[in-house]
Unconditional design. Structure first.
Length: 226
């Protein structure tokens, strides 16, 4: 079992996001340390096209034996593309990966225990993929769209008068980690095909970090957690 951390150098909305300092150390360091501290992985592999990221990753104990290919280093590269490239790299050196875990580099709120608990579920299941999930903070069944004149169009009108406690919880991808079987991923061509399970994370452990405001919110959550 290996951990794969995809960390491309280019980031437009938050420049150098994957190695930007977060509470005193590069943000990618948290993902590396959580993976190492979990005790699950034989290797923590960082996939990057950037020499500076590679150096920082190695300093925190990750493996970066090669840089990512140019074709998988642009804005259109998917997580699937990166994971397959890493799996194929290991095949090229005579090693076959059976299972792996993709951990995103901007997950400072995650804990090593979250990874350990997720792995326990994945290892005892028949899931092809176990993804981190988090509950929507509001009931999506009461969602609506706004027309050109700001008129409200309910998405599910039957739910608008129901009590909150009578509406089932809904979840979304937390964007933190994915445990997966490599052969299943190759055959299915997606992390969302095959038998997919969800591991629930508490909301305080989840924060998308795509904008400067997201970054500030993640810092506040981190302070509250610590």
């Amino acid at each position: 079992m290996i951990a794969i951390i995809p960390a491309r150098g280019g980031s437009k909305r938050i420049p150098r996001k994957n190695i930007k300092s977060f509470h005193g150390k590069p943000i990618i360091a948290y993902a590396i340390e959580n993976a190492l501290n979990s005790g699950i992985f034989d290797e923590v592999f960082v996939s990057t096209d950037d020499e500076e990221i590679a150096t920082i990753a190695r300093n925190y104990g990750a493996s970066v034996p090669v840089l990512r290919s140019e074709k998988n280093s642009d804005d259109y590269t998917t997580t699937f593309d990166v994971l397959i490239e890493v799996a194929n790299y290991f095949l090229s050196i005579g090693e076959k990966i059976e299972q792996a875990c993709c951990i995103y580099p901007t997950t400072p709120l995650l804990s090593s225990e979250n990874l350990t608990d997720g792995f326990q579920i994945f290892s005892k299941s028949e899931f092809d993929v176990l993804l981190s999930s988090v509950e929507f903070e509001s009931h999506i069944q009461r969602g609506f769209t706004l027309g050109k004149s700001n008129e409200v169009q309910l998405l599910q009108p039957d739910y608008i008068l129901k009590r909150s406690q009578d509406i089932p919880a809904s979840f979304h991808d937390a964007g933190a980690f994915y445990f997966f079987n490599v052969d299943s991923l190759k055959n299915n061509g997606s992390l969302w095909k095959g038998k997919v399970g969800g591991f629930q994370l508490p909301t305080e452990r989840v924060q998308d970090i795509d904008t400067p405001n997201d970054w500030k919110m993640a810092e506040l959550k981190y302070e509250l957690l610590k």
